[in-house]
Design a protein around this ligand. Structure first.
Ligand SMILES: CSC[C@H]1O[C@H](OP(=O)(O)O)[C@H](O)[C@@H]1O
Ligand SMILES: Nc1ncnc2[nH]cnc12
Length: 257
């Protein structure tokens, strides 16, 4: 049973050779693609390409609930979300890795919860990312000599369009990186008591800088930097302890009304 699940974002392909592909049906429909099971560094891992096998789901149409439910059903306890992000600060450079520690939600109309009544839950999101996994990914990325930021606030926009310059200047006041997919992936994982860590690769300077970002640039820079994400996963995943001491699942004790 895979305890670790990876949700791969734009331009993230081939994290391993799958040994098995599982078609999972969930109460929320099918995940973005059949779940691939394989090994990374000797550890069994499940993988879902967030936007589908052929990038057919835009960020606002990703079946987030089905993806998280499917991983849970397969036995996953810890999710690693891999994302491409724009930079809102000079010092977060294209090619840098960010081990995100906070987020701000600017999405507008997604399925944010598994609890739409009659069961009602209010999940704590004060510290949304798994501290155990964040530490391992940061230390491993440093060891590998990759440019890495220990922290970063991710502002999640609805998309699929990129921001206006005015929006980008506003986001710059309080966040470091920008993307379209962290929410509600992370909320949903937490509602099921799963750990979530985000490995973000900076692909562009968003639109506050002189040259506006475009999708081709994001995919090109992500492809150039894919090897970093792959090496990081290969080296860090075997360091993730089987037993969770992070407390991420403790929120379940107090979230129901
Ligand atoms: C391809 S450009 C915009 C697209 O890239 C990011 O995807 P992901 O977070 O899945 O790596 C961004 O969030 C947008 O969905
Ligand atoms: N500038 C940007 N805005 C939103 N999502 C992104 N994903 C990668 N770069 C992005």
């Amino acid at each position: 049973m895979p305890r670790i699940g990876i949700i791969g974002g734009s331009g993230v392909y081939g994290v391993f050779e799958p040994k098995e592909t599982v078609k999972v049906h969930t109460p929320y429909g099918r995940p973005s693609a059949p779940v691939e099971i394989g090994e990374i560094g000797g550890v069994e891992v499940a993988f879902i390409p967030r936007h589908g096998k052929h990038h057919e789901f835009p960020p606002h149409e990703v079946p987030y609930r089905a993806n998280i439910w499917a991983l849970k059903e397969l036995g996953v306890e810890r999710i690693i979300g891999v994302t491409a992000v724009g930079s809102l600060r000079e010092e977060y450079r294209p090619g840098d890795i960010v081990i995100t520690d906070q987020f701000i939600d600017f999405t507008k109309k997604r399925d944010y919860t598994f609890y739409n009544g009659p069961r009602v839950a209010h999940v704590s999101m004060a510290d949304p990312f798994c501290p155990e996994m964040r530490k391992i990914f940061y230390e491993t990325a440093k060891e590998l000599g990759f440019p890495v930021h220990e922290k970063g606030t991710y502002v999640c926009i609805e998309g699929p369009r990129f921001s206006t310059r005015a929006e980008s200047f506003m986001f710059r006041q309080y966040a470091h990186i920008i993307g379209m997919t962290l929410v509600p992936e992370i909320n949903l994982a937490r509602e099921l008591g799963m750990c979530y860590a985000n490995i973000a690769t900076v692909t562009d300077y968003d639109v506050w800088a002189d040259k506006p970002v475009d999708a081709q640039e994001v995919l090109r820079v992500m492809a150039e930097n894919n090897y970093k994400v792959q090496e990081l996963l290969r080296k860090a995943i075997p360091r993730i302890p089987e037993e969770r001491k992070c407390g991420c699942a403790d929120v379940l004790k107090s979230m129901f009304v």
